[in-house]
Design a protein around this ligand. Structure first.
Ligand code: GLU
Length: 515
């Protein structure tokens, strides 16, 4: 059961039937009447709370917001939602900046780069929230609440015990006694409407989510908008900021669906038009279970350190719940760089079902992107500079040699680290005078093969010796033994081209001396 269906069930019986029916029709191929992808430049935002390091799920949210903005010629904004001071994790904000940068999600506006609608860190916007909370107070749409923690806990417990129980717990005691003394510590609550208005989600369609009430003991969903310390709550700050930052589309995880009616009610209270909402499905493991810590919560930089290219990660993450449009039965090329993603991205192809994360796919994408990068000389040159500065320590040969070597190696690599090691050993074995006694002599005929090879060229050796009954693989293995001490990776002709005739001859001679 999808989260949406579950929520609809929980929130309103009436809504359940209609929404379920709608979901069912939606599952069938929708007649392609009209694209929902915006035609005007969209302003989107990624609004993380610095309460932990970015993981796959939040990276996907950021990416979809970025793609939506860039595919429409719009703007991508970063807003740091740091009003819950108790949950801040040190280093988390820095991690957000670094991950976005590494992944190539360039910010048009944000806490560091600034912008017309800043500040972009919520803790720097306290006055704005206070001003708008006061506007709601004055219009009677919000009220001060002085209830003690103990009283509120008691209300929560009693609400849970009701039959049926209710998740909205407050009894509006402070609304009814509004004439209290103002200097006492208090929070500000929003006076929620009796019925939340239905709202539209571009992915899920019309949704009508209502809390469940118990009419015998009526409680109210009067959520706090300003806390005792003057900080806004998530709901309030989110609405104020999306409005003033002129956000046109909010792409966020499905876990925020139950909050959306509250947000809509706030927009209505101010007389503002809400942005469009797109709630994207949860990420699950292949078995459709919630992602475990290891699978989903992994720190993005652990992947980088393991030799994953950002292009591969972005490609992998983009396909969690989206695929480019294609004709019936038509395949698409899954390997896409950022510009392909921007070109192909449309919200029409977002999927509603949970997105399953298959880690093995990441290595496949990595392999493909390594190959792609190596085919582009400029990108390859950059990679040599950034990723393999240490090669210079072995290097007496010109840089062109490394580049060539990298190109030859590319098809046998799944990660850059894998490359690092492989290329180092291959390089060493190509250029250092390694000790043959460390390697296994590949076959009985190796000596005979190499003696022949020394006097004749590679092709001739293959042609003539195979006609005497020696196996081609034994010839190749003997060459490999002599040239690179059995190191796998490149083909023999590639190795020979890199070494040059003279070096090949010297190596074969040395191998023969050993044999
Ligand atoms: N700060 C929220 C988060 O951490 C933002 C949710 C939203 O996009 O509205 O995910």
């Amino acid at each position: 059961m999808s989260l949406t269906t579950m929520l609809v069930r929980r929130y309103s019986k009436q809504a359940t039937l209609s929404s379920l029916a709608k979901s069912l029709t939606d599952l069938k191929v929708e007649p392609t009447i009209k694209s929902k992808h915006p035609t005007k430049p969209a302003r989107t935002r990624f609004a993380p709370s610095p309460t932990g390091f970015l993981h796959l799920g939040s990276l996907r949210t950021a990416l979809y917001n970025y793609l939506l903005a860039k595919s429409t010629g719009g703007k991508f904004i970063l807003r740091i939602e740091d009003t819950d001071r108790t949950r801040l994790v040190s280093g988390a904000e820095q991690n957000i900046f670094e991950v976005l940068k590494w992944c190539g999600l360039k910010l048009d506006e944000g806490p560091k780069s600034g912008g017309k609608y800043g500040p972009y860190r919520q803790s720097d916007r306290k006055e704005i929230y206070l001003k708008y909370a006061n506007i709601l107070l004055e219009s009677g749409l919000a009220y001060k609440c002085y209830c003690s923690k103990e009283r509120l806990t008691g209300l929560r417990i009693s609400a849970r015990r009701l039959k049926p129980p209710t998740t909205v717990t407050y009894d509006r005691e402070c609304f009814d006694k509004r004439k209290r003394r103002v200097e006492l510590p208090h929070v500000i609550r929003f006076k929620s409407p009796d019925k939340y208005p239905p709202f539209h989600d571009l992915l899920h369609g019309e949704l009508n989510l209502q809390p469940q009430y118990n009419e015998k003991d009526r409680r109210y969903d009067d959520f706090v908008i300003l806390k005792e310390d003057g900080m806004p709550t998530y709901h309030f700050a989110n609405v104020i900021d999306d409005h003033f930052m002129k956000i046109t589309h909010v792409v966020r995880g499905e876990e925020w669906l139950p909050s959306t009616p509250k947000h809509i009610a706030l927009y209505n209270a101010f007389g503002w038009t809400p942005p469009e909402f797109i709630h994207i499905p949860l990420l699950t493991s292949l078995e459709d279970k919630k992602l475990s810590k290891r699978q989903g919560d992994l720190n993005i930089f652990e992947l980088r350190d393991a030799g994953v290219l950002p292009e591969a990660l972005i490609n992998f993450v983009a396909l969690f719940g989206w695929a480019p449009s294609r004709g019936l039965g038509e395949k698409f090329n899954e390997v896409m760089g950022m510009s392909d993603l921007i070109k192909n991205f449309s919200i029409d192809q977002l999927t509603k079902g949970n997105a399953k994360v298959d880690r093995s796919k990441l290595l496949y994408f990595n392999k493909m992107h390594i190959k792609r990068k190596f085919e582009n000389n400029r990108e390859l040159a950059e990679l040599v500079d950034n990723h393999y500065p240490s090669f210079s320590m072995y290097s007496t040969e010109p840089r062109a040699y490394f580049t060539k070597l990298l190109k030859y190696m590319s098809s046998s690599l799944t990660t850059l680290n894998n490359l690092d090691e492989k290329i180092r050993t291959t390089y060493l074995h190509l250029y250092e005078k390694f000790d043959y006694s460390e390697f296994k002599v590949p076959c009985e005929d190796t000596k005979k093969i190499l003696e022949f090879a020394l006097k004749n060229g590679f092709e001739q050796t293959i042609d003539e010796l195979t006609s005497t009954g020696i196996k081609k693989t034994d010839i190749l293995k003997s060459y490999r033994f002599a040239l690179v001490g059995n190191q796998p990776g490149m083909t023999i002709p590639q190795i020979m081209e890199l070494l040059g005739d003279e070096e090949v001859e010297q190596k074969i001679t040395r191998a023969l001396e050993y044999l």
